[in-house]
Design a protein around this ligand. Structure first.
Ligand code: SF4
Ligand code: SF4
Length: 334
């Protein structure tokens, strides 16, 4: 279904959603940095730039309690966090590379173990995607089969119009419900034209060829060369919409504390450090190899999907200038 909404009515929609008690998460500038964050008023939304971190944290927070414990006399009292308390959420202004990563994450969080923390938030969230009309030289979504107007992962998708306002297309029941619940804010027709979409770098890699090379080159001196400068900071994983490794730790004192789930990164040397002292990924090139293997081989083997949407964030943040698109392109031409 296609409709149109003016800029002003989009703000009214956000205000009404906030007033109804829903959590509305959208790009918002916090201390100069655009991030996906809960809004307290529609005017806080700022759609100009790609947020610095991805939208995955609406489902998979950086750190969250999963239970708390308390020692009472000789007994230990455990209290689970109940995912049923997570609020209904509308995630607005989600860039195509972020929205497309969410169905990719669904595969791993609902695989052998069903992660109720992720799945309950996912069930309660409506995703309003936004076509990209601006980009930078790190964006390479087209290289991984996506584009600035990919609607994958969006329940409702907005395309900006010349002079303001948006084309709205629905892609799921959640999207249709959102439009029909606020139908007075949408109109059927407009004479305004969509703004031109962003231009992204045109990589020439072929993901099938990349996979074929990775299948046969776990041991190859190429890995030593590309990761020689990687400092293992983990920034690439933390900004990525598709990386999803986490650790579970108990934090607290003898009598009480919490069990917490926190983001982790395969670039960290401790990630595979065994209690025995042995580390099968003892050198940084082995860790960086795992990053590429996981994204372009292992996830494909397991779920027939690529664990990269070409958002370019890891390229922008890497302190030593490692460019994953260039690496994948090199592998493709081997
Ligand atoms: S690997 Fe890099 S470019 Fe690909 S989705 Fe993650 S952050 Fe974006
Ligand atoms: S951001 Fe760069 S230096 Fe840091 S772990 Fe990733 S590739 Fe290595």
């Amino acid at each position: 279904m296609q409709n149109f909404i003016s800029e002003q009515n989009l703000n009214v929609l956000l205000e009404q959603l906030i007033k109804s008690g829903k959590r509305v998460v959208a790009p918002r500038v916090n201390s100069g940095t655009p991030l996906y964050e809960p809004l307290s008023a529609s005017g806080e939304m700022d759609l100009k730039e790609l947020p610095r971190r991805s939208a995955k944290e609406a489902f998979f927070p950086v750190c969250e309690d999963i239970l708390s414990y308390e020692k009472v006399g000789l007994n230990v009292k455990l209290s689970d966090v109940d995912p049923a308390r997570f609020p209904e959420t509308v995630l607005v202004g989600v860039r195509p590379c972020d929205a497309a990563a969410i169905p990719v994450l669904d595969a791993v969080f609902s695989w052998d173990y069903k992660d109720q923390f992720y799945l309950e938030r996912r069930r309660k969230t409506t995703i309003v995607g936004l076509a990209c009309t601006s980009s930078d030289d790190a964006c390479f979504c087209s290289g991984v089969g996506l584009s600035p107007s990919t609607t994958k992962g969006s329940d409702l998708f907005l395309t900006p119009l010349e002079g303001g306002g948006y084309v709205c297309e629905t892609y799921s029941q959640k999207g249709e419900d959102l439009v029909s619940n606020y139908k007075e804010l949408f109109v059927d027709t407009t004479s305004a034209k969509p703004l031109p979409l962003a231009e992204v770098r045109t990589e020439t890699f072929d993901l099938k060829k990349v996979k074929a090379w990775l299948d046969n080159n776990f041991e190859n001196s190429y890995w030593d060369g590309i990761a020689i400068s990687c400092v293992g900071c983990g920034a690439c994983a933390f900004v990525c919409p598709a990386c999803h490794c986490f650790d579970i730790v108990d934090e607290g004192a003898e009598k009480k504390g919490q069990r917490r789930k926190s983001w982790d990164a395969c670039g960290f040397w401790k990630f595979t450090h065994h209690a025995s002292g042995h580390n099968p990924r003892d050198l940084q090139p082995k860790r960086y190899r795992n990053r590429i293997m996981h994204k372009f081989k292992y996830y494909d083997d397991k779920f027939s999907q690529t664990l990269c949407t070409g958002c370019g964030r890891c390229i922008r943040v890497c302190p030593v200038g490692i460019d994953i698109a260039t690496i994948v392109e090199e592998i493709s031409h081997k």
